[in-house]
Design a protein around this ligand. Structure first.
Ligand SMILES: NC(=O)c1ccc[n+]([C@@H]2O[C@H](COP(=O)([O-])OP(=O)(O)OC[C@H]3O[C@@H](n4cnc5c(N)ncnc54)[C@H](OP(=O)(O)O)[C@@H]3O)[C@@H](O)[C@H]2O)c1
Length: 316
């Protein structure tokens, strides 16, 4: 199977490409953060250019597209709502239009479409995003549903290793504690994260099952961000006393964070042959991957030369 992964330089994209290229022919699209000598095929493209996604699609002719590219930083979205709209709402609609009837599509969305006032959200529950990020991602879901009713829309939350070591909460706790630095963890933000590598395995099972529609693709256990930090420390042999509890309200973040983003994954769990993993088994694997040198492999793919590899940048 040939798979096109957008956002391949990001946290989910690079893990998707690494894992799925073991069995499939993978083409990843990056934009401003080139990957060098990747273990899969890569293309450079600014997907916001006119018809650029359609051109990449024609060039690669994939069987499946997994659309991970996004403006995924909540505070950046507050700073530039118009850009967030184009990236998170309009581009997914274009990807959905181009793929409809021609290739399978997984569109990656987020738990942040909910306001977090009660938790235990199912796919039937009404979203009510609190931030520009959540609002634009929800509009992206609607655009995908309108243009491509066959698409899978996966609301996710994830942690893991990234190419720059800075994209996930687990890396934040791990690297700070490893350096002996004190960190704070929110006691009043609950979530159900999945290790990126486990998320990829789950998404690939969804492809095999030929699913379509909206799914909560999150871990099977809930945890506060503070307790998640403690679990990182305990799993990875780091000093948990470096973590202090704090309320998200006292942290002064730009974008409003939802408190209770516990999503139920029962709809998907009832379909898949294997159980959906949880964060604690995921953290065990996170540390195993560290011991096997996986973060170094990802880091070795980051290009610092500044060379422009983008064939589409000059109106191509
Ligand atoms: N990380 C999380 O905790 C989390 C939680 C819930 C949902 N999600 C969702 O999961 C998906 C992946 O998130 P992530 O954390 O992996 O994101 P990320 O690490 O911030 O990566 C974003 C990716 O989008 C690409 N991109 C941005 N603008 C582009 C453009 N104009 N053309 C082509 N590519 C462009 C970036 O490419 P360059 O860097 O090369 O420019 C990068 O590869 C997103 O849909 C996000 O909303 C993430």
């Amino acid at each position: 199977m040939r798979i096109l992964v957008t956002g391949v330089s990001g946290l989910l994209g690079i893990n998707l490409a690494m894992e799925s290229s073991k069995r499939h022919e993978v083409y990843g699209v990056f934009n401003t953060n080139p990957l060098v000598n990747p273990l899969f095929n890569c293309i450079s493209a600014d997907l916001l250019g006119k018809d650029v996604f359609a051109e990449v699609f024609e060039q690669i002719q994939p069987d499946w597209v997994i659309h991970c590219a996004a403006l995924a930083n909540l505070d950046d979205c507050e700073d530039d709502p118009a850009f967030a709209e184009v990236m998170n709402s309009e581009l997914p609609g274009e990807v959905a239009r181009v793929t409809y009837g021609r290739a399978g599509l997984i569109h990656i969305s987020t738990d942040a479409v909910f306001d977090g006032s009660r938790g235990d959200y199912t796919e039937e529950d009404e979203p009510n995003p609190l931030s520009v990020y959540g609002r634009t991602k929800l509009a992206g879901e609607w655009a995908v549903m309108d243009a491509n009713p066959d698409a899978i829309i996966a609301r996710v939350n994830l942690f893991g290793w990234s190419s720059r070591g800075k994209r996930s909460l687990s890396e934040f706790f791990f690297y700070n504690m490893q350096a002996g630095k004190p960190v704070k963890g929110f006691t009043d933000v609950l979530f159900c994260p999945l290790l990126a590598n486990d998320l990829v395995a789950t998404l690939m099972q969804m492809v095999q099952q030929k699913l379509s529609g909206l799914y909560h693709v999150v871990g099977s256990k809930r945890v506060s961000k503070y307790d998640f930090g403690l679990a990182v420390a305990r799993t990875c042999g780091l000093d948990e006393h470096l973590i202090s509890p704090i309320s998200v309200k006292d942290f002064g973040l730009k974008a409003t964070r939802a408190n209770n983003l516990i999503l139920k994954n029962d709809k998907l769990a009832g379909i898949l042959p294997n159980p959906i993993p949880d964060y604690s088994t995921g953290l065990g694997r996170f540390y195993e991957l560290y011991q096997q040198g996986y973060p170094q492999v990802l880091r070795s793919m980051v290009d610092n030369s500044g060379k422009d590899l983008n064939p589409y940048r000059n109106g191509g």
